[in-house]
Design a protein around this ligand. Structure first.
Ligand SMILES: O=C(O)c1cc(C(=O)O)c2c(n1)C(=O)C(=O)c1cc(C(=O)O)[nH]c1-2
Length: 568
């Protein structure tokens, strides 16, 4: 039985992986050093497991390991339990998805959450399922929202104090982002916190408080379909007893429809709390603090990216987050207050920097033009903006090593032509009011894994990759950094220098999240391979360049055999 205490100690307990992020701080750092820079060349495949079926597509999951069993989710809302020593399947669960699900960005899932005797995950038809760890039998299965209105779920849930806490997906359909807490035993809703101003929250079946102040930063009725999907889930900072969730772009993309008039006065067009990070009280669902990365967002710069808790070199408790808008932010852990922001990709065009309050200094002529200004009111002025709407960094998680003090950020160097169009909300239909084409910024690479010093923003080393990087990163006390690329290579780098030390071709693009653990005194590493996610669907010119990449669906597990641990 997995307890709250075990979840709290996940980083240090090297024999299992119970949480998304390999520990509640989301550092994706393992204290294991059996495998290290001296012997990583001896890392060999132990077993591989096919997710099978015709249901391949993107495999973004992070494996969980408990009691000799690996748990992974797969495309099309599937869950697998696999013997960790042999790679043999123990059970498989397939959600029966209805026709008409509306995931925006591939039929992916990023993983489950373990608590008690159950494993929990969200499905593409916006349900949460609790399965028995040993048998895969359904313990409960609850509808979260209406998939016909565009709701779906792709993120790993989070467990805190016996509650299953989830975000939602559907921003491109004008849904309303929310964070919800359910009783892990029964699935009953405990609280609901919509993240767009004007919506009412609930606690124990009754109205609690309104989010923000009605019409303070949203004009008219636009808040009712305001987006802000919490589609990457969140984390729990036990030190401050705070849930931290990011929120996606405000809907629709056409920012001129969300302004209170031109020129926009003060904060009137900020559209709170879209494109923000939120600190939430786990007991009540009340918002404790917010930090908005892109107020009056107009480029689809979702603010969902993961918030990693760490301690800086002077001993201050901080959060770090690399936003889709191209800036790497450091925030105060206690109240989310802005500390610093530095660019982590080149060529950022929409803002010239971030001011001392954490607010972007906009290049207003890089905002796509207002269709209302066009002679026929059809298409607004086209601008070339960088980074592209898929972001300087998208969902794929970075890692932090407390040993080097660096963050390892999977980023992409690309831009886009973008323009705005008129749009009205229609349930279940795309709600964008924008057109776009993504283009590479450089001829020889898009992907860029960067080691960033959070104190200075300095980029200490960089690894450039042809295709966009779309997989998670992991750091270890063995001085290693692992990630994969769409070309199929699983790669290990020296955490200090960025030197490539090891690679293995997995046969399909890696958009999964690597993990490592110890089993019978040997160190294991796993990653799921299977190309997909948003790039092939939304990537414009870049999607065409990478359309030769093959799909797949395979768990690859590696081990450092004991007798090779000291062979250099
Ligand atoms: O606004 C949303 O609800 C939403 C959901 C998702 C998702 O659930 O995967 C993505 C996005 N937006 C998005 O903007 C995006 O770039 C994206 C990339 C991916 C992916 O898995 O590759 N998902 C999503």
């Amino acid at each position: 039985e997995v307890t709250e205490e075990m979840l709290l100690n996940d980083t240090d307990s090297v024999g299992d992986i119970l949480t998304n992020g390999m520990g509640r701080h989301l550092q994706r750092f393992s204290p294991l050093d059996t495998l290290n820079t001296d012997n990583v060349e001896n890392l060999v495949p132990a077993w591989a497991f096919s997710l099978g079926g015709e249901k391949q597509r993107g495999q973004e999951t992070q494996p969980l390991i408990h009691d000799g069993i690996m748990y992974i989710t797969g495309s099309y809302s599937r869950m697998f339990a696999i013997d960790v020593m042999t790679g043999q399947e123990i059970w498989q669960y397939d959600a029966r998805l209805p026709e008409g699900i509306l995931p925006c960005c591939d039929v992916i899932n990023r993983g489950g959450a373990i608590y008690g005797n159950n494993i929990y995950f969200g499905t593409l038809d916006a349900r949460i399922v609790a399965l028995d760890l040993k048998t895969g039998d359904v313990v409960w299965n609850k509808k979260v929202a209406d998939y016909k209105a565009g709701y779906s779920m792709t993120a790993a849930p989070l467990i805190v104090d016996g509650m299953v806490i989830t975000g939602n997906s559907g921003g491109e359909f004008g849904i309303v982002g929310a964070v919800q807490a359910r009783d892990a035993e029964t699935g009953e809703l405990i609280w609901d916190r919509p993240v767009i101003e004007g919506h009412m929250g609930t606690l124990n079946g009754e109205e609690s408080t309104m989010t923000g102040t009605l019409n303070a930063t949203w004009p008219g009725d636009m808040w009712k379909t305001g987006g802000g999907a919490t589609w990457l889930g969140g984390s729990y900072d036990a030190d401050t007893d705070t849930l931290v969730f990011g929120t996606g772009n405000p809907a629709p993309w056409n920012s001129h429809l969300r302004n209170a008039g031109t020129p926009v006065e003060g904060n009137a067009g900020d559209n709170l709390y879209a494109a923000s990070r939120l600190g939430i009280d786990p007991a009540t669902g009340e918002i404790k603090w917010h930090f908005q990365t892109t107020p009056r967002e107009g480029w689809d710069y979702d603010g969902v990216n993961e918030v990693v808790a760490y301690t800086d070199r002077e001993g201050n408790d901080r959060f770090a987050t690399a936003d889709r808008n191209g800036f790497f932010y450091v925030l105060n852990r206690e109240d989310g207050a802005f500390v610093s922001a530095t660019p982590f990709v080149k060529d950022i065009s929409w803002a010239s920097g971030i001011d001392e309050n954490g607010r972007p200094i906009y290049n207003e002529d890089n905002r796509p033009g207002n269709p209302a200004d066009a002679a026929d009111g059809g298409q607004g002025e086209v601008v070339f903006a960088s980074p592209s709407f898929l972001g300087g960094k998208n969902w794929m998680p970075m890692a932090h090593s407390p040993e080097t003090g660096l963050f390892y950020v999977p980023s992409n160097e690309w831009g886009m032509d973008i323009w705005n169009e008129p749009i009205t909300y229609k349930q279940g239909a795309a709600y964008l009011g924008a057109g776009f084409t993504i283009k590479p910024n450089y001829e020889d690479h898009i992907g860029s894994l960067k080691a960033i010093d959070p104190d200075t923003g300095e980029i200490v080393w960089e690894y450039q990759n042809g295709a966009p990087l779309w997989g998670g990163v992991m750091a270890t006390a063995g001085g290693l950094v692992f990630t994969g690329n769409p070309e199929g290579e699983f790669l290990a780098f020296d955490a200090e220098t960025g030197e490539e030390l090891w690679s293995f071709q997995t046969g399909s693009g890696i958009v999964g999240q690597p993990v490592t653990w110890e089993q019978n005194g040997e160190q294991y590493v796993s990653v799921v391979s299977g190309w997909g996610g948003a790039v092939p669907l939304w990537g414009g010119e870049v999607a065409k360049e990478v359309n030769y990449l093959n799909q797949g669906g395979m768990v690859w597990t590696f081990r450092l055999p004991q007798q090779l641990a000291s062979v250099q």
